[in-house]
Design a protein around this ligand. Structure first.
Ligand SMILES: Nc1nc2c(ncn2[C@@H]2O[C@H](COP(=O)(O)OP(=O)(O)O)[C@@H](O)[C@H]2O)c(=O)[nH]1
Ligand SMILES: [Mg+2]
Length: 348
């Protein structure tokens, strides 16, 4: 987990916080949407379908001293400062000292696959393994749930977090969907008894509501430490990886219920020549019938998906992209541990 980048930048003569914040929860509660919002750019794919995120993805947010968020928003209780990091995390927020100097920080967010029940394939075991191992060695866990719901899978996540000795912030997402906001308070009272949460923070990851307050709370829980990654690094993942993920995102969003779980994407070629990034992606499915669904009538699905993925890539890579897609069948890849590894599922 703690594998710093090659050229970390430690701000000179500035006390700084740096640490890991794992984003954990059942599938589909909005974990990746939250990470993308915090970073202000897309590094983790999202969709309405559960189990979209399969890998552990680091998203790095570095805030130089002058731009620490507490200064920007005076409505927040108090800015996280260089000095109040030693205040025990369980102490009541009101008692925390308000200090004048904001602190430089580097928060390394860990996006994780949703912890889930059922699904007997090697792929499901893999995703649960990645999610569970991601809460080891972190400084804080953001336990994301959806609105007023508390499902048995949320309960599983809670039980897992109780076993770890880390501060947990309960993040109640998608509050934009709750019309009667008065229902929130009794809900908070109920769930606050489930474990000793540092805070319960309602947010809308989609609209960014209250996310800054959440970031402030995270900062308070990070130790003083040198930055581990260069200031301009946003993720530990390569453009190659993001390219494959973007193709998978567009397919996941475009296709019906069943196919997304049976497909994966690998990159066969990724090269740059004369100002154009040439990318060839292979889409792997498990059955010939799925291949024709992915291709669509006269190639319509593939064409649509290719255009959408290319447009995102051009925006993210800031370059013109030439994208070629091929569809291949590899029977039972999602049930076979060795095939998983060969297709890049080897984070654990
Ligand atoms: N209305 C609403 N939808 C959201 C919000 N956050 C995420 N979503 C949607 O919930 C779905 C799942 O989001 P995703 O980030 O992929 O969830 P994950 O599986 O937990 O990573 C997507 O369709 C998102 O657009 C939110 O704050 N409000
Ligand atoms: Mg996700």
């Amino acid at each position: 987990m703690k594998n710093p980048g090659k050229n970390p930048t430690q701000p000179k003569n500035v006390a700084s916080r740096c640490g890991y914040a794992a984003i954990i929860g059942r599938p589909n509660v909005g974990k990746s949407t939250l990470l993308n919002h915090i970073l202000g750019q897309k590094i983790s794919i999202t969709s309405r379908r559960p189990q979209t995120t399969r890998h552990r993805i680091l998203g790095i947010k570095t805030t130089p001293e002058a731009a620490a968020p507490g200064v920007l928003n005076p409505s927040l209780r108090s800015p996280a400062t260089c000095m109040d990091a030693q205040v025990p995390w369980a102490q009541d927020a009101q008692e925390r000292p308000t200090l004048a100097h904001p602190c430089a920080s580097q928060v390394i967010y860990v996006d994780t696959p949703g912890l889930h029940r059922g699904g007997k394939r090697a792929m499901n075991r893999y995703m649960n393994r990645v999610a569970a191992s991601s809460i080891k060695d972190v400084d804080v866990a953001l336990f994301v749930v959806e609105g007023l719901r508390w499902t048995p899978e949320d309960q599983d996540v809670l039980e897992r977090l109780k076993k770890e000795n880390i501060p947990v912030i309960l993040v109640v997402n998608k509050v934009d969907k709750i019309t009667d906001k008065e229902t929130l308070l009794p809900h908070f009272q109920k769930v606050s008894g489930y474990m000793d949460f540092v805070q319960i923070i309602p947010i809308s990851a989609r609209h960014g509501t209250n996310v800054e307050a959440l970031e402030q709370e995270i900062l308070r829980l990070l130790p003083f430490a040198p930055h581990m990654y260069p200031e301009d690094q946003v993720t530990d993942r390569s453009e190659r990886f993001l390219a494959a993920e973007l193709v998978r995102e567009k397919l996941t969003r475009r296709l019906g219920q069943e196919v997304p779980h049976s497909l994966t994407v690998s990159i066969e070629q990724f090269s740059e020549e004369a100002g154009i990034t040439n990318i060839t992606a292979l889409i792997w499915v498990e059955k010939p019938g799925q291949k024709s669904i992915v291709i669509g009538k006269d190639g319509s699905v593939l064409k649509e998906v290719g255009t959408q993925a290319r447009q995102d890539m051009e925006r993210i890579f800031d370059n013109k992209v030439f994208l070629t897609l091929w569809v291949k069948v590899k029977e039972g890849w999602s049930e076979d541990e060795r095939a998983l590894r060969s297709l890049g599922y080897d984070d654990t």
